[in-house]
Design a protein around this ligand. Structure first.
Ligand SMILES: C[S@@+](CC[C@H](N)C(=O)[O-])C[C@H]1O[C@@H](n2cnc3c(N)ncnc32)[C@H](O)[C@@H]1O
Length: 206
């Protein structure tokens, strides 16, 4: 991250502009679900997801940064959360399970991957046939924080990447002031993107 704002791993500060519980509820995460958090960092989403899916569910976290995964491991242990499985790897090389995930989630991460198409191909393998891919990322607009504009994907660019990887776009919506959420399902016909609908008032329009 560059600019005035450096990536905040302080969950309390970040909560002012991103509410992980509300976002996870908005994307339909429920008790018993399998949640694959790709580019999980130190668990801003993975930890609340683990609380939400509970003992009967599981969170798979993948990240290439050992500092982040170790921090997440410590925080999960401190909370007594035993339903998180972490993989230290590049997302381009990681398929943590086959057709198991109810939700494959990218939180502020798709723009960071070196080869997003390859990561999306792996997501295709991990997603269960009825599962949902969720891509939460920074809007491609000038703002005081977040990654540099040239690194970001607009909603249309991200939706195209996702559709080209074999998903059908289900919804595109704004969330908070700085982010959008795209949800998608596995699809048989590859490459279709419906007209983009942005709703800045709510989490997701389905
Ligand atoms: C901006 S942070 C977001 C972390 C977390 N999802 C969140 O919202 O707090 C992006 C994360 O993606 C990870 N990352 C970047 N490139 C990666 C790659 N190729 N494979 C796996 N993780 C990667 C980084 O280490 C970092 O933890």
């Amino acid at each position: 991250m560059t600019g005035k704002f450096r990536w905040s791993y302080d969950p309390e500060g970040r909560r002012c502009w991103q509410d992980p519980e509300a976002i996870l509820a908005g994307i339909g995460l429920k008790a018993g679900f399998i949640f694959a958090d790709i580019g999980c960092g130190n668990g801003f989403f993975a930890l609340p997801a683990a609380r939400l899916v509970g003992q009967t569910g599981r969170v798979y976290g993948v990240d290439s940064n050992s500092e982040a995964t170790e921090d997440l491991e410590r925080r999960a242990a401190a909370e007594g959360l035993h339903n998180i499985s972490l993989t230290l790897a590049r997302a381009e090389d990681a398929v943590v399970c086959q057709a198991c995930a109810d939700i494959v989630f990218f939180g502020n991460a798709l723009h960071d991957f070196d080869q997003p198409a390859r990561v999306l191909a792996n997501a295709r393998q991990m997603l269960s046939p009825r599962g949902r891919l969720v891509n939460l990322d920074w809007k491609k607009e000038p703002m005081e924080m977040g990654p540099p504009l040239h690194k970001r994907f607009s909603e249309d660019e991200a939706a195209r990447l996702i559709a080209d990887a074999g998903f059908s776009i289900e919804s595109v919506a704004g969330t908070g002031s700085f982010h959008y959420v795209i949800t998608a399902r596995l699809e048989s016909g590859v490459g279709t993107v419906p007209e983009t609908a942005i709703d800045n008032s709510g989490l997701i329009v389905t």
